[in-house]
Design a protein around this ligand. Structure first.
Ligand SMILES: [Zn+2]
Length: 506
């Protein structure tokens, strides 16, 4: 014991005097990557409050990124810290360069113009393109198909997912028309693959973007909106996603081997697990990926290779929670290898481990309930909100075609649809099986002055929609209306008129 403590002190001393790791004499804001020992969940929460960025937790050890100023405070508090193995292992020799990746994507897109379109969603801080490859039949047409996405390497020093995504692009394009399963995926799904979300960090073998920002800590989440301006790469991704309608996706990392599902953040800082309203589904989605991957599934640390985000550790500003909360989309965070940057010679084996998982997970976007939401009078496609009765989660139809794709576990469900200026609708029972999605097209009727029933009340949601359409106001009226809502979820017509009167008097 004594010997270990002496050793720890020695390591701490080494860290503090190593120029690459410690501020030493210089910038106390310089970020340092270390392992910290004998730390419990409370301790991790305290570290997060101090400004440490937690990157992985294994029992009572955690890998964290801290400023060297905070590192000194940790030492003063008696924490045991050591140089992260990950820093020492971080060799990127042999991986494709950004330029090679760009060339490869362009070559593939040019070779398969019938199913590929290569988009740059914008440029990184240092001017590199953020490439998003769309693979689908009729690639120029928004079709009644779910949008699926793989996004890799938000952390620039985690190159494995980049390579796997390139391999997947190769597999999909080369096997199209030859392999029945892959042909079906390309025909029935709009597949989007971004191998490299942080090209500047990648070029520098750095976790952060060129502004020193952690992209997976910069999305608005359940507890905070995150400061603006956001890192440029995060903002570009958010803007792109908000103008599209992803249904199912995953983002790839390394530094651990586990599939992580929401929530990563929670307003309550003391939880051991934070379940979404779709927890049972998220577990099955995570297992769909992990169970075909012997390294993940056989994990000695994570049961069946999966974890709830908070069960592992809190992440604020992560992309997966933002996807679920804001886009209504299901996203997993997949950690592909314990080594952040394993020797490139290991990539073929890692690809073999992940290939079936990547396809199987994609196939889940074709399950549940799907259909098209249109205006009952004109047939126009609508952007509608969709929820399952008894489940608070809201997702949206794609306004281009009006298609919605609500992934669900097998069972019987009722759905609710609503849209600005339309009367909301609830469905009867819909049976969902374990393969192809059940189809249910929905027509919504525009709200007309006569949409008030004999009770003299209107549905609260309809009233809010009507007020929004008529008065162009939502947030201001919602609290006033909520205060007057009846126990049956309806509100008196006179109340609506009263609120309208107040608004018009403004
Ligand atoms: Zn990462």
């Amino acid at each position: 014991m004594k010997k270990i403590q002496t050793m720890t002190l020695l390591i701490v001393a080494m860290i503090l005097f190593m120029p690459s790791v410690s501020s030493g004499d210089s910038d106390p804001n310089q970020v340092v990557e270390v392992m910290i020992d004998n730390i419990d969940r409370d301790g991790l929460a305290r570290l997060a409050e101090m400004g440490a960025d937690i990157d992985g937790v294994w029992g009572n050890r955690a890998r964290i990124y801290v400023s060297s100023g905070i590192l000194k405070q940790l030492k003063a508090l008696g924490y045991r810290v050591s140089v992260s193995r990950r820093t020492r292992d971080n060799v990127s020799a042999g991986y494709h360069s950004y330029e090679q990746i760009t060339a490869e994507l362009k070559t593939i897109a040019n070779a398969h113009p019938d199913i590929c379109r290569l988009y740059s969603i914008g440029k990184s801080y240092e001017g590199r393109d953020l490439w998003f490859m769309k693979i689908s039949d009729n690639p120029d047409v928004a079709e009644d198909e779910p949008e699926f996405q793989y996004i890799s390497t938000m952390h620039g020093d985690e190159p494995v997912g980049t390579q796997l995504n390139l391999n997947l692009i190769d597999l999909l394009t080369e096997s199209y028309g030859k392999d029945a399963r892959i042909t079906k995926l390309v025909n029935e799904i709009e597949i989007w693959i971004m191998p490299l979300m942080n090209p500047d960090g990648y070029a520098a073998s750095n976790r952060y973007n060129a502004q020193g920002k952690d992209l997976n800590r910069s999305f608005p989440d359940r507890t905070r909106d995150m400061p603006v301006p956001r890192p440029i790469e995060t903002q570009l991704m958010m803007d792109w996603e908000l103008s599209h309608s992803p249904v199912l996706s995953a983002n790839f990392h390394t530094g651990a081997t586990v599939v992580n599902y929401p929530y990563d953040s929670d307003p309550n800082p003391d939880l051991n697990y934070s379940a979404t309203p779709d927890d049972a589904l998220f577990v099955q989605l995570a297992l769909a990926y992990a169970s075909s991957n012997k390294t993940l599934y056989g994990s000695s640390y994570f049961k069946q290779g999966i974890t709830n985000g908070i069960e592992w550790y809190y992440v604020y500003g992560g992309m997966q929670d933002w996807n679920y909360i804001r886009l209504g989309a299901f996203q997993l965070t997949i950690e592909l290898s314990d080594l952040s940057s394993p020797p490139v010679s290991q990539i073929p084996a890692i690809w073999e481990d992940n290939r079936e998982s990547m396809l199987k997970y994609m196939e889940w976007s074709l399950r549940g309930v799907r259909g098209i939401v249109t205006d009952a009078d004109t047939g126009k496609a609508l952007k509608a909100s969709v929820s399952v009765l008894g489940n608070d989660h809201v997702m949206y139809s794609d306004p281009d075609v009006g298609d919605y794709h609500r992934i669900l576990l097998p069972g019987t469900y009722r759905l609710r649809f609503w849209a600005d200026g339309y009367v909301s609708r609830e469905t009867g029972d819909i049976v969902v099986g374990s393969d192809t999605a059940s189809r249910l097209d929905i027509q919504l009727s525009p709200i007309k002055p006569g949409d008030i029933d004999g009770s003299g009340t209107v549905d609260l949601a309809d009233a809010i929609e009507a007020l929004r359409v008529v008065a162009g106001v939502e947030t201001a009226v919602r609290p006033q209306i909520k205060a007057d809502v009846n126990s049956d979820g309806r509100i008196g017509l006179e109340e609506v008129i009263y609120v309208l009167g107040k608004i018009s008097a403004l």
